[in-house]
Write a protein that binds this ligand. Structure first.
Ligand SMILES: [Fe+2]
Ligand SMILES: [Fe+2]
Length: 474
């Protein structure tokens, strides 16, 4: 399963053996490069960036690091190795061989699933395109660019499936994926969170910690799919995704660390003083966490979903770690506990597990986010600072699902519109908070130097030192 880099489109799917498909993708390739030129990282085309490129799709030793100019990055098509005799693990087709071709009756549904996933990939590149101009260090700049080129590759992954399995409709979808634009009023990206701005590096780190983690759970559910090419594609994407999550978690942790250092040195927790000292006070970080967490939570969709139920029953999208779960994998008679609102009160309710698969995937994600937040909390703990980060209640600031029409406080009380209005500035970043964070953003790009508001990482990338020249400007 090694990757053939002698081809115009690097791949491990023996693309050369299918001339029609190869031609179609070679036709799409220049359109992708035009999109990258227009919407990829701003003022980045001449820099040599120390990036990893996939050289194999095996979990061990798949990455190769070297300097690359991003427009010359070898985006390609990499599927995880086929599992001999793989079967469908859930739903009404359980036990049947996984499909190598799209079943006719699921064609439009699968196409929609692939397009929706595919759309998020270029969207995040668009959202992040100006961040390079305010990088807090060369190390961080390199990580941003790594995330960006890999999101570009994830678009390739989805476009390959569209071209290879959905004929003319698939090719048209492939073009449309390059035409929508994040935040565009006329032709926006499909999902709301991917039309928000990523205006500063705190938002970027929160996004990669929280929203890329939604990506992880969506990909993990699709990696269970009975449609084997989708499963194999997503399995390899997950390998790349792990680094994005690391960038986010470690980025926020370094901000917390820097703030705690200043708090300990100056013996103060006064946000006004801390801001004057050029670091981001912990309550402001909490507000950003509240915002990104709630907006991303909506990406899972409504708690109760007949679409999610049929994706499952039809074998298109499984649960997280489906094969490892011990039940009948059909969910005909299983129950699952969700939150509901009855007479204005939040109550727990048992419902048919099949009807609330979105909520179940959200719960898996919540646990994972919480684990990361708990790791963050070790930083103030180490400095003897009592502040702890907490995730707001599931109903907080939701626009989709059971809580959409209510106001819920971070501690889980249903509150009035008046109370929400009176308190929202304590819970979500205000224009003033955002302006303050923005005011800290400046470009720091000498090797080994870091902006004042963020601590250096404890180690560099690929065993290189922290002060390594990760980006060579030309
Ligand atoms: Fe991605
Ligand atoms: Fe990602």
């Amino acid at each position: 399963m090694s990757i053939d880099y002698s081809q115009k489109i690097p791949n491990n799917v023996n693309l050369a053996s299918n001339k029609t498909l190869q031609r179609a993708l070679e036709h799409w390739q220049p359109a992708f490069l035009d999109w990258w030129g227009e919407m990829g990282p701003d003022k980045s085309t001449t820099a040599d960036v120390y990036l990893r490129t996939a050289v194999s799709a095996e979990p061990q030793g798949w990455a190769h690091f070297d300097y690359v100019r991003m427009p010359d990055y070898r985006w390609g098509i990499f599927l995880a190795p086929a599992e001999e005799g793989r079967k469908i693990n859930f739903g009404e087709h359980m036990g049947q061989p996984a499909w190598q071709e799209v079943p006719g009756e699921y064609r439009s549904t699968l196409r929609r699933i692939i397009v929706t996933q595919g759309d998020t990939e270029p969207a995040s590149v668009e959202q992040q395109r100006h961040l390079g101009l305010t990088a807090p260090s060369m190390y961080d700049l390199r990580n941003l660019f790594q995330v960006n080129v890999e999101e570009g590759r994830h678009l390739w992954a989805m476009v390959y499936l569209l071209h290879a399995h959905f004929g003319r409709d698939g090719r048209e979808e492939g073009e449309a994926l390059l035409e929508r634009r994040s935040g565009d009023a006329d032709n926006p990206r499909i999902l709301t969170a991917f039309n928000e701005k990523t205006p500063d590096w705190l938002s970027f780190f929160m996004f990669t910690f929280i929203t890329d983690r939604d990506g992880k759970y969506q990909l993990a559910a699709l990696a269970e799919s009975g449609f084997d090419p989708l499963s194999r594609t997503c399995r390899f994407m997950l390998t790349e995704e792990a680094h994005h999550l690391f960038v986010g978690e470690q980025g926020v942790a370094r901000i917390i660390q820097r703030t705690c250092e200043v708090m300990a040195n100056e013996k103060t927790d006064d946000p006004v003083r801390l801001r004057a000292l050029g670091v981001i006070d912990l309550p402001t970080l909490q507000k950003y966490l509240n915002f990104h967490y709630s907006v991303t939570s909506d990406l899972y969709g409504a708690e109760v979903s007949s679409n999610a139920a049929s994706y499952y029953t039809n074998g298109l999208k499984g649960r997280f770690n489906e094969a490892k779960l011990e039940d009948d994998h059909r969910l005909d008679s299983e129950n699952y506990s969700i939150l509901d609102v009855v007479d204005g009160k939040i109550v727990e309710r048992q419902v048919s597990a099949l009807t609330v698969l979105n909520e179940r995937l959200r719960d898996d994600w919540v646990k994972d986010v919480q684990a990361g937040v708990s790791r963050w909390n070790k930083v103030p703990e180490k400095y003897g600072i009592p502040f702890r980060f907490t995730l707001p209640h599931k109903g907080f600031n939701r626009k989709i699902g059971i809580f959409a029409d209510l106001h819920v406080s971070p501690d889980g009380r249903v509150i009035s519109e008046a109370e929400w209005q009176a308190r929202v500035a304590d819970w979500m970043p205000t224009a003033e908070d955002r302006a303050f964070v923005q005011s800290l953003m400046g470009r720091v790009i000498e090797p080994g130097k870091f902006a004042n508001w963020i601590a250096p990482p404890s180690r560099g990338i690929n065993n290189q030192p922290v002060d390594f020249e990760y980006v060579r400007f030309n």
